[in-house]
Write a protein that binds this ligand. Structure first.
Ligand code: SF4
Length: 256
């Protein structure tokens, strides 16, 4: 199975978008080998932003949506054929500053798709403006004096909206990201994964995250919403990664 395409990779050399691509190709390969996925049933969709180039580099069915509309397009694809495995790649600009309403509705309805958020905390494709997920004090072309706002916590929002699978991982941990992707794609329902993805050109956070990423203990309870809410908010000296929440509920496509 050849998952690469002939397209030239145009991400900045060393960009962690590439490690997300590697992790995803590995996840697909393993799921197909394990008999859990048929490659012809897989659709990889993306929005607009640096992350969106990923569909050029994937030899799967792909769909490139308008800015902020990848999740709504993926919802339509899933409702058109619920046997498809639909994966959405999106960015913090694409889904939280542009298409937030679509994302919120898909989580609330428990649409059976997986959403992988490339969170680089900036609008990277347009040279580093602040998004809703940029940290307080973030300096860029749109906030030269520093962003006065506090960032939204994407996982807290997804838990509040009713997502049935909520996880976080770090792009430079390829094996860990692959594992989380496989679990998300195997989940029946709306799966949301925040992938911390430093933008090495406009907001290089590699040094910041290098020693503070901490995997959840194996016995962390995945079905306790209160504990999940508590844990996803623990961003400080350590940043927890792993699966915070997973429950089974009827999916939107099954209900209608
Ligand atoms: Fe990656 Fe940032 Fe370059 Fe975009 S601008 S390709 S996110 S390093």
């Amino acid at each position: 199975m050849e998952l690469a395409t002939k397209s030239k990779i145009t991400w900045c050399p060393g960009c962690p978008n590439a490690t997300i691509l590697v992790a995803y190709r590995k996840a697909i390969t393993e799921l197909v080998t394990e008999g859990k996925l048929k490659i012809e049933n897989l659709v990889s969709a993306a929005g607009i932003g640096c992350h969106g180039k990923i569909t050029d580099y994937l030899n799967t069915n792909t769909f490139e949506a308008l800015h902020g509309r990848a999740v709504s397009s993926a919802t339509g694809i899933k409702l058109g054929n619920k046997d498809l495995e639909v994966v959405v790649f999106t960015g913090d600009g694409d889904s939280f500053s542009e298409g937030f309403s679509h994302l919120a509705h898909a989580a609330k309805r428990n649409v059976g798709i997986s959403v992988f958020l490339h969170n680089n905390e900036t609008f990277a494709l347009t040279t580093g403006q602040a998004t809703f997920l940029s940290p307080t004090g973030f300096k860029g072309p749109s906030t030269p004096g520093g962003d006065p706002d506090e960032p939204m916590n994407p996982l807290l929002i997804m838990l509040a909206m009713g997502a049935t699978f909520v996880a976080r991982t770090y792009a430079l941990d390829i094996e860990g990201t692959k594992r989380i992707m496989k679990d998300a794609m195997s989940h029946k329902g709306f799966a949301f994964v925040e992938i911390i993805q430093p933008c090495i050109t406009f907001f290089d956070t590699r040094e910041h995250y290098k020693n503070i990423i901490e995997w959840l203990p194996v016995d962390f309870p995945r079905n306790d919403l209160g504990k999940a809410i508590e844990k996803v908010r623990e961003i400080g000296e350590k940043v927890p990664v792993g699966i915070f929440y997973q429950v089974q509920k009827p999916t939107f496509e099954d209900k209608i």
